[in-house]
Design a protein around this ligand. Structure first.
Ligand code: ZN
Length: 318
C-alpha cells in the first residue's frame, strides 16, 4: 500500500491539514481558522483535532502514517522540533514536535513554511529533477528558500531571505527594520503603495472599474486585471515590480547560480506581466544569467506548502 503522511501548513490566519501520498497526491484535505490569539496550546490542539478528523474520514489509523510534517512561519530548531519564534503567531519556544509525538506516536518534523513550499515544488512541481533551485514567493511579503546540491539550505537559520536584501540604500522602511529591502517594493504592500502614488498622478477609469472608486482596497490582483484590460499604468507598475525582483534575483544568480528560479505566491499569478521584466533585468545585470538560469512559475499553487510539509518525514532533500 502507498505510504501516506500528514502535511500541515500553518499560517497566521488559517491552517491546512492534508493526507498526502508519496507521489504528492492529496487524498483528504481541510482548512481551518488559526485563531492565533488563543495561544499556541489551543492552536496545536485544534490542528490535532483536524488531523484526527482527517484520518477518520480516510479510514487511516495514526499508526499507519509514515509521520507528520508541519510547516509554519518563523525560525525553528529542527533538531529539537521547537518553534523558536514566529512573529505572526506570537509563538516563542513552543515544543511543537513533542506535543504532536505525544498525541500521535509517529515521527514529527517541523520546518519553515516557505522551505516546505520549496520542497513541494522540488519533488512534485516546477523544480522536479533540479538539484540547485531557489523559490521566491510573492505575497504580502517576498519569501525565499534555497535548495543547493539537492539539499535545503538553512545557514544558521535565516538562509534564503531573498526579500530582505537591500536594493535601495536609502529606500522605504521594511517591516524588518531595514531600509530599502526588496520586499518593501515587490511585496503586495509595496506594489499597492507604488500603484497608489502612480494613480494619484494619473487617474485611470479602468482601474476604478476593477478596484473601486477610492482605491482603498486596491490589491495586486486588481492591477493584473486592469493590466490585462490594457491599462498602461497597471502594466507599468507590474513591470516595475518585475524589475525590482530582477535586481534582487540577479544578486541571487551571482551568488548561487541556481539552475532554476521558481516564482510562486498569489502575486505571481500576474505571470509575464512581471516575469518578462524580471528576466530582462537579470540578463542586463548578469551576462550569463538568463542563458543558464531558468525563471519559471510555480506549479503547485497554494497546496505547495502542505504537500512539501508532508515530504519532511521522508525527503532526503530536507
Ligand atoms: Zn526587510
Amino acid at each position: 500500500m502507498n505510504a501516506r503522511q500528514v502535511g500541515v501548513d500553518l499560517g497566521g490566519t488559517t491552517f491546512t491539514v492534508a493526507l498526502v501520498d508519496r507521489e504528492g497526491r492529496i487524498d483528504f484535505k481541510s482548512e481551518h481558522d488559526t485563531l492565533a490569539h488563543e495561544g499556541s496550546e489551543a492552536v496545536m490542539g485544534r490542528i490535532a483535532a483536524a488531523i484526527r478528523e482527517l484520518l477518520e474520514q480516510a479510514g487511516v489509523k495514526p499508526s499507519e502514517l509514515t509521520g507528520i510534517g508541519l510547516g509554519m512561519p518563523g525560525l525553528h530548531d529542527r533538531e529539537r522540533g521547537v518553534c523558536i519564534y514566529a512573529s505572526n503567531l506570537q509563538w516563542r519556544d513552543v515544543p511543537v514536535r513533542d506535543r504532536f509525538q505525544q498525541w500521535f506516536d509517529v515521527p514529527v518534523v517541523i520546518e519553515n513554511d516557505v522551505r516546505c513550499a520549496a520542497l513541494g515544488e522540488r519533488h512534485f512541481g516546477a523544480g522536479r529533477g533540479v538539484d540547485d533551485m531557489v523559490l521566491v514567493t510573492l505575497g504580502t511579503g517576498v519569501g525565499g528558500a534555497v535548495i543547493m546540491g539537492g539539499k535545503l539550505q538553512r545557514g544558521d537559520g535565516f538562509a534564503g531571505e531573498v526579500g530582505h536584501q537591500t536594493i535601495d540604500p536609502d529606500g522605504m522602511l521594511c517591516s524588518c527594520g531595514n531600509r530599502g529591502c526588496l520586499e518593501s517594493y515587490a511585496g503586495a504592500i509595496g506594489i499597492v503603495r507604488r500603484a497608489r502614488a502612480a494613480y494619484a498622478r494619473r487617474p485611470s477609469d479602468r482601474l476604478r472599474e476593477v478596484a473601486g472608486k477610492d482605491l482603498a482596497h486596491l490589491t495586486p490582483k486588481h492591477l493584473s486585471e486592469a493590466a490585462v484590460a490594457g491599462d498602461e499604468t497597471a502594466r507599468w507598475i507590474l513591470s516595475e515590480t518585475g524589475r525590482y525582483l530582477g535586481i534582487g534575483l540577479a544578486n541571487v544568480v551571482s551568488l548561487l547560480h541556481p539552475k532554476r528560479i521558481v516564482v510562486g505566491g498569489g502575486v505571481a499569478r500576474a505571470g509575464d506581466l512581471i516575469l518578462s521584466a524580471l528576466r530582462e533585468e537579470i540578463s542586463r545585470r548578469v551576462p550569463y544569467g538568463m542563458d543558464t538560469t531558468e525563471v519559471v512559475l510555480a506549479e503547485l499553487g497554494p497546496a505547495a506548502g502542505v504537500i512539501g510539509a508532508s515530504t519532511l518525514v521522508w525527503s532526503a532533500v530536507a
